[in-house]
Write a protein that binds this ligand. Sequence first.
Ligand code: CTP
Length: 207
Amino acid sequence: MKILITAGPTREAIDPVRFLTNRSSGKMGYAIADAAVHAGHQVLLVSGPTDLDVPAGVDFIPVESAAEMYEVVARYLPGMGAAFFAAAVADFTPAEISSRKIKKSGEKMILELVKTRDILASARETISFRGFLVGFAAETENLEVNARAKLEAKGCDLIVANDVSRSDIGFDSHENEALLVFKDRTEVFKKAPKHDLAIYLISMLGD
Ligand code: CTP
């Protein structure tokens, strides 16, 4: 099967030397890419900047901003059988990118942000993707309720939900505990290396 995976953070430029980003390490998405290749799938990894090595055998397209990630996904998603959107895409981006380095003046500075396009929500609606669609949710409260709302709002088959208020799992950790929220049920995936969760997620696809 052909599988597209998004991973890592995005970088939203403010001026030539500054950007907005987040704490995503990319580990979960890269682990899924690795597990998918080992299971014999054809994998395209679309990733924001990370410190990780690209797994052997994976096709790789590096991106920086949410807008760039959207363009690459919109181009390649239609031919895919499954997609895992593990990237921590910025929800907001600066309304303007200053072409010059912004100088400090005064005691306050207000940065105007505008919403980015939701790549996951566009998969069904705009890109007309019909394959198996997996989203991720990082929550600090009401994990299952919020994850189920995302599942429905974004037309996913599965939301992998993490409690990011816990420091022992998620973000930079090698381990993850997740709620797997499907349309008809919820499964608990007990704390384990991200690689084990990746293998489990890929095993659901069959051959
Ligand atoms: N996502 C995306 N494009 C965006 C924002 C999010 O593709 N512009 C995807 C992420 O890759 C993830 C899922 O949407 O798979 C959940 O993102 P999250 O930020 O947790 O949820 P939001 O829907 O943005 O809601 P909120 O931030 O309000 O919790």
